[in-house]
Write a protein that binds this ligand. Structure first.
Ligand SMILES: Cc1cc2nc3c(=O)[nH]c(=O)nc-3n(C[C@H](O)[C@H](O)[C@H](O)COP(=O)(O)OP(=O)(O)OC[C@H]3O[C@@H](n4cnc5c(N)ncnc54)[C@H](O)[C@@H]3O)c2cc1C
Length: 1107
């Protein structure tokens, strides 16, 4: 940022940030910058011992102020008051008295004054007291409190980068006020100045004032020194100034002082304000008169004698004593303006310096919020600043407007409503991007359904239906009832296994932070009863769960109670607070994730036909090299070109060959359109089990933002993240354990500062939604893995404009998910909620079995839902651990043999793959003594067969099978293979001339043989071969070398048996030395005649269920 090219676009590289001040503006800055989770360091320096700025009241007033003072002082900043026993705070730190006084109520109503994400508590008065606001600020500060260094005064901020350095850096000299120690912090890449502008008083230089003050010390004070009216009892008082403080102070003193209190003004006070003060209005003071009479003369010639107090409520000066090194100076001589800024916010020469809260006569908290959001997004390069030349033009035009008589004339005082329009402008900058240029032609043409539009009128209570909906009396169902699990049925696993006393997953873990709505004494295995009555008397559609509404035609967005519950769950638990864009994502219910993806394709993809359409127009879909291929079956018929991105154990690779940047940046336009759609599963990937960490997601997101790619994030396994995987893997393999996981929450909502209120959810890796400042993420969720696949129920989350388009698609296709399912799931997740009181009382009226009482009616509520997910995670995690331990034990084939003289030195053959005949003399042999033969040395051969990482999430173990170590690897086949099946259309791949049928037992062939072999007795295991997940079918596809094992399909006890059979089967397969045996297995495959004898005995490790 040191380069000063006035026309150049400005790019930031901000990692470390200092914030000066923890008042309302500094706190907003800290919260917004922290929420981005994009900055390595955020240090907040606050000279006071508590947050709150001017709201951090001290009963101790400054004993003196400079009289007069018309420019900011150029000496050292005012020293604080020494610590004193009995401060309101009880703290021993030095005190910087604030201008607050004892009986101060805000002059802005509660609902307006607040930050957007934290309401001010309901009080009796519409204008909150200063104490309430201070408590509010302490609460608001909570998520960033750990970033604040209290009692630390910033003495100097200095630019340290050389002028030819393209990057600005700042040092910050700080003084610890408790110890007096001076240190230098930084360097920082950026500095937020939020030091306020109510500290340096303005006292006009009225003729005679200086002498008067010297002659009568203590009579002239400033509003900053006012605390209570008590000292003014019976005194003759003049208050100078009729702005907010002058009026309020006059109104407080007027009842107790000698009447009338004189209110000295330059322009008339509005009558209702004057009446409120009970004061007499007088003109400005023209002169303080010399002599012992303590007299003043007003501009109208009137003289008042025996004045006891003159309180100047004349305001404050801008003063930035720690930034005096900047040239030209920031603060003008008059102290009325900070110059060289764009938008009252960014320093034009050095936009890594930002000033929050400069504007006056605004509603400060919301303005600070919108400024903070703007700064955060700008420094993340998500919003662009104009060029320096444009910013200078803006400042010059503002100056000109003020000079030409803009009202008000003060530069930082915004015209009436200025804060609203500015906030709107900032808000627009925080809105999601318009992605309509990506809509398919069909989507652009869709209009709202007139019929569906009319449905909302049917929800009006008491409305008569002559429009043609079926009569509910004819629905043959009177109730819908079910026995359902209690949410506590399954035992959770620890959220932070390495750091809790329950370090092992195999012991029964204690639920972490679980709200105890479900008493531990209740039988977790027991069922609960839920029922949907025919009709309930409830006018609010979000609370009404009954068959009369659920089985009726309904709104395409979803059944109102369920829709509103899902929306709330997403907003409170899956998206940070505040959301990355305003107003946050919207949801629509779907018939499961497959339906959600189908609608997403419909939304964004135009049909493309080979030989008909322009090859350069071909749409593309980015995905990992292995993928849940059902989505490709959905996409390919559109003519979509599948474009793979390399992935590692942290998900899609961003840099390097085959990484996302390479694929998009070096796109060959002749291949088709650069893909603008990505499909990915990031939380328990199918098939690899990878959980993409938030840091990698941030990199992926940045690239997608740069190339305008929409991210379709399919997250059926989001809650199945296994924190124990790394620890248990290390234990199982005798490796040193990974560093203990941090107990600080990762939070589902992107940063530790934003919590869902559920430790389980907060411990999970967040989704792309948490980073989605552009509104380019479409997330697919499903009840298939949390309730049951047969529900055919899920939801789609995206920015509101996209949801509106999906709603149009839904109106014309599925209309909405089945009412039976929607109402039953509504009842399950909302049943015990107070919101559902109507349904509960209807239940009491039902004539059900006598054993059922209203107390046995209990759906889950959101806390129960989260508890259910937590339990499911525990159950799956335990299975995963069991299976992986057994797989580890069987991952290598260990054999012994007598050593032959010719291969005495095992290292001699280390570079060759073993042939069938020499398999025993494997390169990893160690010599041991055969116990049966005292003198014959034996070689122990270790042949690695299975390599895999323990899955970090999901339902699958992804195993690399070392076919190249099989004794028959590349052995000549006895019978030629049958002709290949007709080639699948693979238009995205170049023709492959090398792909001839080879007459050897290659990897893919052995892979098929092993899969068949495993189904035979005594192994009888079905697995999924990796080739089922190859995104493309060319020579680069390597899925044949993998197995995907599912630990979900079998019961926990059967998981052991299944894994053991699998391992034994693989080992036995390596014992096959006879090509004929392999040919037999392949023959079975070709003839589609897998031996089905004893099928009931077969264990399934395949589970082909979808994402
Ligand atoms: C009497 C009075 C009444 C008001 N009434 C209202 C009202 O009703 N409603 C309303 O919304 N607003 C009101 N305001 C405006 C008020 O200023 C804002 O509400 C808000 O406090 C501005 O926040 P800020 O963070 O910009 O500044 P401040 O609140 O002044 O906070 C600045 C912080 O920076 C710290 N700081 C300063 N210099 C340094 C340094 N060198 N090193 C370290 N820390 C430093 C200070 O200690 C302070 O904590 C009132 C102001 C006054 C004076």
């Amino acid at each position: 940022m040191g380069s000063q090219d006035d026309q150049a676009p400005i790019h930031f590289s901000v990692n470390k940030i200092a914030i000066i001040g923890a008042g309302p503006c500094g706190l907003a800055a800290a919260r917004y910058l922290k929420e981005q989770n994009a900055f390595e360091t955020i240090d907040v320096f606050e000279q006071q011992a508590e947050v709150g700025g001017v709201w951090n009241y001290s009963p101790r007033a400054p004993p003196e102020v400079p009289v007069p003072q018309v420019t900011p002082p150029d000496g050292p900043p005012e020293p604080p008051l020494p610590p004193e026993e009995g401060d309101e705070s009880g703290d021993k730190a030095p005190v910087f008295p604030s201008p607050m006084y004892d009986l101060l109520h805000a002059n802005i109503p509660r609902p307006l004054m607040r930050y957007s994400d934290l309401p001010i508590s309901q009080g009796e008065l519409i204008f909150p007291s200063r104490q309430e606001i201070q408590e509010y600020l302490v609460e608001y500060a909570r998520p960033v409190r750990h970033l604040i260094r209290f009692s630390t005064r910033v003495r100097d901020v200095r630019l340290v980068s050389a002028s030819d350095d393209p990057k600005d850096q700042w040092t910050v000299d700080i003084e610890c006020l408790r110890t007096g120690e001076l240190t230098r912090a930084g360097p920082y890449d950026a500095v937020v100045v939020a030091s306020g502008h109510y500290a340096t008083v303005y006292v006009p230089d009225v003729p005679g004032l200086r002498e008067f003050h010297a002659a009568h010390p203590g009579i002239v004070t400033h509003a900053k020194q006012y605390r209570t009216a008590t000292p003014f009892q019976g005194e003759k008082v003049i208050v100078v100034g009729n702005a907010a403080s002058g009026i309020d102070i006059a109104a407080q003193i007027s009842p107790v002082c000698r009447k009338p209190l004189l209110l000295s003004v330059q322009s008339p006070t509005p009558p209702h304000n004057l009446a409120h003060t009970g004061a007499e209005e007088v003109p400005a003071i023209a002169e303080f008169l010399p002599g012992p009479e303590r007299a003043v003369r007003f501009t109208d010639g009137r003289v008042e004698h025996n004045i006891d107090s003159v309180i100047f409520a004349t305001g404050y000066l801008y003063d930035l004593p720690f930034l005096r090194s900047l040239s030209p100076p920031l603060v003008t001589n008059s102290g009325r303006r900070v110059q060289g800024l764009y938008d009252h916010l960014f320093h034009i020469d050095h936009p890594t310096l930002a000033f929050i809260g400069l504007p006056i006569k605004v509603v400060p908290f919301p303005v600070a919020e919108s400024q903070a959001a703007l700064v955060a997004r700008t420094w993340m390069n998500q919003l662009s600043l104009p060029t320096r030349a444009e910013m200078r033009r803006w400042e010059a035009e503002e100056e000109e407007a003020v000079r030409r008589g803009r009202s008000p004339k003060n530069f930082h005082v915004w015209p009436e409503g200025g804060d609203v329009s500015q906030s709107h402008a900032n808000h627009d900058k925080s809105s999601p991007r318009d992605l309509s240029h990506h809509y398919s032609a069909v989507t652009k043409r869709r209009l709202p359904s007139k019929i569906k539009g009319a449905y909302k009128f049917f929800q009006i209570p008491g409305i008569h239906n002559l429009a043609g909906l079926p009569n509910v009396a004819f629905f043959p169902f009177d109730t819908l009832e079910a026995q359902a699990a209690k949410p506590e049925r399954w035992t959770p696993s620890p959220n932070h296994p390495g750091s809790s006393s329950t370090t092992t997953i195999t012991t029964t873990p204690s639920p972490s932070g679980w709200p105890s709505r479900w008493p531990s004494s209740s039988n977790p295995a027991a069922a609960t009863h839920i029922a949907v009555p025919k009709s309930v008397d409830e006018s609010d559609p979000r609370r009404r769960i009954d068959l009369a509404t659920a089985l009726q035609y309904g709104l395409a967005q979803g059944y109102p109670p369920l829709l509103s519950w899902v929306r709330q769950f997403v907003r409170e638990c899956l998206v940070p607070d505040p959301p990355p864009y305003v107003p946050g994502p919207e949801v629509i219910l779907t018939c499961g994730a497959t339906d959600g993806f189908a609608k997403t394709l419909n939304l964004f993809v135009d049909q493309w036909d080979e030989g008909v359409d322009d090859p350069r127009e071909r749409p593309g879909l980015l995905c990992e090299e292995v993928v849940y291929t059902n989505v490709l079956n959905q996409a390919r018929p559109y003519g979509v070109q599948v474009v793979t991105v390399k992935a590692d154990e942290m998900g899609m690779v961003v840099r390097g060959e085959g990484g996302l940047e390479d694929v998009l940046g070096n796109w060959d336009a002749g291949r088709g359109k650069r893909p603008h759609l990505m499909y990915t599963v990031t939380l328990g990937h199918n098939p690899t089990g990878v959980v993409v960490p938030i840091e990698r997601k941030r990199e992926i997101y940045a690239v997608c933002s740069r190339y305008d790619v929409i991210i379709v994030e399919d997250e059926p396994y989001w809650y199945l993240q296994f924190p124990s995987a790394s620890v248990e893997e290390a234990k199982s393999r005798g490796q040193s354990p990974p560093p203990p996981p941090s107990t600080t929450t990762t939070t589902t909502t992107s940063s530790s500062s934003s919590t869902s209120g559920y430790p389980f959810l907060d411990s999970l890796t967040p989704s792309f939604l948490s980073l989605d400042v552009d509104g380019r993420v479409v997330r697919l969720d499903t009840f298939s893995k949390t309730v049951a696949p047969g529900c055919r129920l899920g939801w789609l989350t995206a920015q509101p404009a996209l949801i509106e388009r999906v709603e149009r698609i839904t109106e014309a296709t599925t209309q909405q998910p089945s009412g039976f399912v929607q109402s039953l799931i509504s009842e399950l997740v909302l049943g015990s909620s107070p919101r559902n009181a109507a349904a509960r009382s209807a239940f009491e009226r039902l004539s059900l079995s006598s054993s059922l009482t209203s107390s046995s009616f209990s759906g889950w509520d959101t806390s129960g839902w989260v508890r259910w997910l937590e339990g499911l995670r525990g159950a799956y995690e335990r299975r995963m651990v069991r299976m992986c331990k057994i797989l580890d034990q069987g991952s290598a084939l260990v054999t012994t043999s007598a050593v032959r003289e010719t291969s005495r030195n095992p290292r001699s053959s280390s570079s060759r793959r073993p042939s069938a005949s020499e398999f025993e003399s494997d390169s990893d042999s160690d010599y041991v003594t055969d116990p049966s033969s005292e003198w014959t040395p034996l070689a122990v051969h270790t042949t690695p067969l299975l390599t895999f990482r323990w899955p970090k999430g999901g339902m699958f173990v992804w195993i690399r099978v070392a076919y190249e170590t099989h004794p028959l690897w590349h052995a000549p086949r006895a019978t030629p293979p049958p002709p290949p099946p007709p080639a699948r259309t693979k238009p995205e791949q170049p023709p492959n001339n090398d792909n001839k049928q080879k007459n050897i037992l290659d990897g893919p062939t052995l892979s098929i043989a092993l899969m068949i072999f495993l189904t035979t007795a005594p192994y009888r295991v079905i697995i999924a071969t990796g080739s089922m997940f190859d995104a493309v079918d060319d020579d680069s596809a390597s899925g044949w070398a993998y197995h995907r094992l599912c630990f979900a399909a079998e019961s926990e006890e059967r998981v052991d048996a299944a894994a053991e059979r699998y391992v034994r089967g693989v080992h036995a397969f390596w014992g096959i030395r006879d090509v004929e045996r392999i040919e037999d297995l392949l023959g079975e495959w070709e003839a589609q005649r897998v031996n089905r004898e004893g099928e009931e005995d077969i264990v399934r490790l395949d589970w082909f269920g979808g994402c």
